[in-house]
Design a binder for this molecule. Structure first.
Ligand code: GLA
Length: 381
């Protein structure tokens, strides 16, 4: 049964009626442009074919009743009495989105709904952005305001930053809101302008989940952000986005060595993300793969957010003839890598990378080929 059928079925069992709407919002994988979003730079993710689904019906009052078969839980809250969580639970993502939308002046109506998703939690594929955007879409359907992908992404990011206390950038929410089928999306994280590009012909995107998660990601992430801000401040620019590579190379020695390495990654990664657009438009899989390989090296050596497991799976992938390039994706320290592979060699690629990674680490990876899906949408009616 598809997830859409599942949420619909559970809804009927719980509420004794058909849902009025079914909405979905996807997770994401980032092809290139890592740790650039909070530097006002460029990212190049695609929405994946894993998503959060909500089957729902409007309520006459200002309450939300949400059932999660995944968590085996049911919770409700009042839109005029939102409570800050002591410890984040799944429902707090819904509460946070309600809070952020109301803060922005949206007049929200309540709903009854069933929430379920297949974006693995904590693997770096943005299950939280998927849940947030699906929630925003649910409120949109029952409340009748205008849907603007960038505005919804910003509200969901605010929910995460201010309600849940996670200092993420805009990438995950923006791609979950604005993903385009069969296309990767170049996002300018300052203007939130987007441009689409197809994958090079004959290639597929493969997600290589190392099956490792590391704690302390938040503190390392915040530390990287502060280091980037220090570099921007030193150069007297608003964000590292404003440093071009030439000027940076002339002046990088002015920086303390750790800050220099962090900034070097961000400045070079922005140019790689822009070059990736050209590579995709020209169908140049070799160039795109080379840019991904360079991105990983920069993240590993200069930004220092990779891990032994990520390095192992990336090395295994890059050793394969069918691989154009592989790199860690997302915040880092564990979770997933992403590879661009030849479509006609992908089965062998998946089997061999799996064996190589098991051999190197003793750990079982989860390797999946993914298509590019649409961003948040209503799929029923
Ligand atoms: C996490 C954050 C994003 C982005 C990436 C790194 O996924 O949520 O905003 O900063 O890390 O590129």
């Amino acid at each position: 049964m598809s997830l859409s059928d599942t949420v619909s079925q559970v809804f009927q069992n719980e509420f004794g009626a058909e849902p009025t709407f079914i909405v979905r919002a996807p997770g994401r994988v980032n092809l290139i442009g890592e740790h650039t979003d909070y530097n006002d730079g460029f990212v190049f993710p695609m929405a994946i074919d894993r998503a959060t689904f909500i089957a729902l019906r409007p309520r006459a009052d200002k309450r939300v009743l949400a059932i999660s078969p995944d968590m085996d839980d049911r919770r409700d809250f009042a839109l005029d009495d939102l409570r800050t969580p002591a410890e984040t639970e799944w429902i707090d993502y819904l509460v946070g989105v309600a809070w952020a939308l109301q803060e922005r002046g949206y007049d929200l109506c309540g709903w009854d709904g069933v929430v379920s998703g297949d974006v693995p939690i904590g693997s770096g594929l943005s299950s939280s952005a998927a849940l947030e955007l699906a929630t925003a879409r649910a409120f949109y359907e029952v409340s009748g305001f205008a849907w603007d992908a960038a505005a919804m992404a910003l509200a969901c990011q605010a929910a995460e930053n201010e309600w849940l206390g996670v200092k993420c950038g805009i990438m995950d929410q923006m791609i979950s809101a604005a993903g385009v089928e069969d296309r990767a999306l170049l996002i300018d994280c300052r203007s939130l302008e987007t441009a689409t590009a197809p994958l090079p012909p004959g290639t597929v995107v493969v997600i290589l989940d190392t099956n490792t998660r590391r704690g302390l990601v938040d503190s390392a992430y915040n530390e990287r952000r502060a280091q980037c801000e220090a570099a921007a401040q030193h150069f007297g620019v608003k964000a590292l986005r404003d440093m071009d590579l030439g000027t940076f190379l002339e002046r990088e020695q002015e920086l303390d060595n750790v800050i220099r390495k962090r900034a070097s990654h961000v400045v070079s990664e922005n140019t790689r993300a822009l070059s990736a657009r050209k590579a995709m438009e020209e169908g140049d899989a070799d160039l795109l793969g080379q840019l991904m390989i360079a991105s990983h090296i920069s993240l590993r050596d200069d930004f220092e957010v990779s891990s032994p497991a990520l390095d192992a799976i990336v090395d295994c992938a890059n050793a394969e003839a069918a691989c154009y390039g592989a790199r860690m994706t997302g915040a880092g320290f564990g979770g997933c890598a992403v590879a661009l592979a030849r479509a006609d060699g992908v089965e062998t690629f998946v089997a061999r990378v799996g064996a190589c990674y098991r051999e190197a680490t003793g750990n079982q990876p989860i390797i999946t080929v993914t298509g590019a899906s649409r961003g948040a949408e209503t799929i029923y009616p």
